[in-house]
Ligand binder design. Structure first.
Ligand code: NAD
Ligand code: AHE
Ligand code: ZN
Length: 369
């Protein structure tokens, strides 16, 4: 079939709206009509050329909400008409990773996903006979996409897709990192570096976890208002100090925070986030994604003296099992998605969504198909 999609033909080039060819779903695959998709900083990261797994041409997008329109052979867990959220972290329930009970990082489709292909090693997207890569197993910047069955969470039909699409990445990542990765306890002091969709969702999660003090950190003062709305108790702009931000946070907190979260993707800031943790027990969670060749460093003494460095992908959440519950928690008013949608645009204006992100004006722009 012919479908409209935003194609990234090369790194740093604006996306181009094209009519592309999409093959129907093969065995174990599902055709999904996208209704909405958020634009996450990771899409910009891959578009920038910094992603070691970045491939071009590609149809980006991984924060979508849609409806099943056709299922391939052998598909049993979803049917036509089901509302679904595509998952960049699949959940097969059968691989070593799924069975370990220790991680959400399912390995069933990850290898082909990283090569921009469906699990059989081919792409469903093309233009004039030229293959176009899938992205993160989701490619939500298209009117229709084909996704592996194991990469779909079936969710309530009552929930608005133009809001719950944010549970496909940003909000789940932030809330999940608080509960699954850090396991923040009541009364804990936390620091959140970077107040985009991810950092604000960490703050939202920390408030739910009844953290005592939530220090929000960003170089953009405009982020303060939203951070306080989501539950931050303090806002700190590192640009206003002439000493390293970790020193500022340590002084503010009588020796350091219990948990810190890096939600930017800056390796220097990852060091600051670790070093602002309290001696003996402070834990720092890396959520931000850093470019090819970038490495983190600190004095090993920081770890010897009890600080812990962890990372979190999709908030440690197992999508097919847990995402329906996140959607229900949005519907019951427990999770706030509405305030994170700062702009809505049609697919034709998707490049404006990237501009708004880079200008620091958007938390999330949702593309409405
Ligand atoms: P965003 O662009 O919306 O927000 C980033 C924020 O960081 C902005 O408010 C910006 O002003 C702030 N910032 C930039 N430099 C800073 C600095 N030096 N100090 C303090 N603040 C600074 O991005 P987002 O969509 O919230 O994504 C954040 C990061 O999380 C990205 O690296 C993204 O790729 C990553 N991410 C990771 C996962 C995961 O599963 N691990 C999931 C989603 C996103
Ligand atoms: N291709 C990138 C991977 C970047 C990365 O770490 N991605 C996160 C999700 S970001 C969503 O906005 C993730 O889930 N990682 C685990 C995984 O399996 O990819 C790179 O840097 O190589
Ligand atoms: Zn994302």
């Amino acid at each position: 079939m012919k479908v409209k999609a935003a194609v990234a033909w090369g790194p740093n080039e604006p996306l181009k709206i094209e009519e592309v060819d999409l093959e129907g779903p093969k065995k174990g695959e599902v055709l999904v009509k996208m209704h909405a998709t958020g634009v996450c900083h990771t899409d910009a990261y891959t578009l920038s050329g910094a992603d070691p797994e970045g491939l071009f041409p590609v149809i980006l997008g991984h924060e979508g909400g849609g409806v099943v329109v056709e299922v391939g052979e052998g598909v049993t867990s979803v049917e036509v008409g089901d509302h679904v959220i595509p998952l960049y972290t699949a959940e097969c329930g059968e691989c070593k990773m799924c069975k370990s009970g220790k991680t959400n990082l399912c390995s069933s489709v990850r290898e082909t996903q990283g090569r921009g292909l469906m699990p059989d090693g081919t792409s469903r997207f093309s233009k004039d006979g030229k293959m176009i890569h899938h992205y993160m197993g989701t490619s939500t910047f298209a009117e229709y996409t084909v996704v592996a069955e194991v990469s779909l969470a079936k969710v309530s039909k009552e929930a608005p897709l133009d809001k719950i699409c944010l549970l496909g990445c940003g909000v789940t990542t932030g809330i999940g990192a608080v509960f699954n990765t850090a396991k923040v306890e009541e009364g804990a002091t936390i620091a959140v570096f970077g107040l985009g969709g991810i950092g604000l969702s960490v703050i939202q999660g920390a408030k739910m976890a009844k953290a005592g003090r939530i220090i929000a950190i960003d170089i953009n003062d405009d982020k303060k208002e939203m951070a306080m709305k989501f539950g931050a108790t303090d806002f700190v702009n590192p640009k206003k100090y002439d000493k390293p931000i970790q020193e500022v946070i340590v002084e503010l907190t009588d020796g350091g925070v219990d948990y810190s979260f890096e939600c930017v993707g800056n390796v220097e800031l990852m060091r600051s986030a670790l070093e602002c943790c309290h001696k003996g027990w402070g834990e720092s969670i890396i959520i931000g994604v850093a470019g090819a060749g970038q490495e983190i460093s600190t004095r090993p003494f920081q770890l010897v003296t009890g600080r812990v460095w962890r990372g979190s992908a999709f908030g440690g959440v197992k999508g097919r099992t847990e995402l329906p519950g996140y959607v229900d928690r949005y519907m019951s008013g427990e999770i706030n998605l509405d305030d994170l949608v700062t702009f809505k645009l049609p697919l034709e204006k998707i490049n404006e969504a990237f501009d708004l992100m880079h200008e620091g004006k958007a938390i999330r722009t949702v593309i409405d198909f």
